[in-house]
Design a binder for this molecule. Sequence first.
Ligand code: FAD
Length: 301
Amino acid sequence: ARNDHNEQAGSQLRISFEFFPPKSEEMEGQLWATVDELSRWNPDFVSVTYGAGGTTRAPTLSTVRRLISETTLPTASHLTCVGATKDEVRHVVDEFRAVGVRHFVALRGDPQGGMGTAYQPHPGGFANAAELVAGLREMGDFEISVSAYPEKHPESRDDAADIDMLKRKVDAGAHRALTQFFFDNDIFERYLERVRAAGITIPIVPGIMPIQNLTQLKRFASMCGSSVPSFLDDRFSGLEDQPQARAEVAAEVAAEQIEDLVRRGIGDFHLYTMNRTPLVNATLANVGLKPSVQAVAGAAA
Ligand code: FAD
């Protein structure tokens, strides 16, 4: 079976948007303008990433608080277990619950020394995302999303170990997985077959990354374990000094990826917005999605 239970066509696609908490006043303005403009696509939910180290929960908390109080967008908060005891994580969960969060994207998080260094679970903390999911389930009736890695997580020994961790997260109570970004749909389809063969039945929602800048993307992708197929070099070649043409190609590439996945039976998509509007708008317009006339959010700063 594939993602049959969420298979839908054309304008029936279900989408979610990922944002990150702004780090400056200027970025704050950009985020809220983006939220306001993208809300017309009626996302199923939006999510806000959670910084590393546990100490940076404040920007995530204030961002989700504002999303919940000033918009009607269903809002999920990412949450990690990096550098925190179980009690500290539970305290954070209570804070988020108090502002109205009912949906968490539960993650282990990256090592505090940055990607590439070894992950050290906090001695009194949740050791991985599966334990965090179980901890959340003990605390309440939350909706829980988790990560999935079509090209395996860089730390995973092999594909089997990677899917085993996904299985543990599902057994602990996860409702949906959002994938790391990828550009080769054949890789995703083979991954989905292995996931289904492992008895995992929750929706596996492809993470779509519109390409703002191919050079920067390659650097980031190599750290995440995502491959960047050579057809992308061809598509962007010669456009280094032409931002407008590059944006058009990026929106075409992302739309083609979504359309091809739809043909393969996928109906849900998680878009990495990078807190920017134009590429996401152009991509969804290319796909033929119809925005609602009236924005559902009144979030403009
Ligand atoms: P897990 O699911 O616990 O593990 C991922 C894989 O790594 C597993 O398959 C497992 O095989 C392997 N693994 C885990 N621990 C070990 C170990 N000790 N030894 C060997 N293998 C191991 N990061 C943030 O900081 N904030 C965010 O908001 C955030 N949002 C994300 C959203 C999505 C959709 C995705 C895909 C990733 C996100 N990340 C975020 C990145 C994520 O925190 C990192 O990829 C992190 O390294 C792993 O977290 P996880 O929850 O995927 O880990």
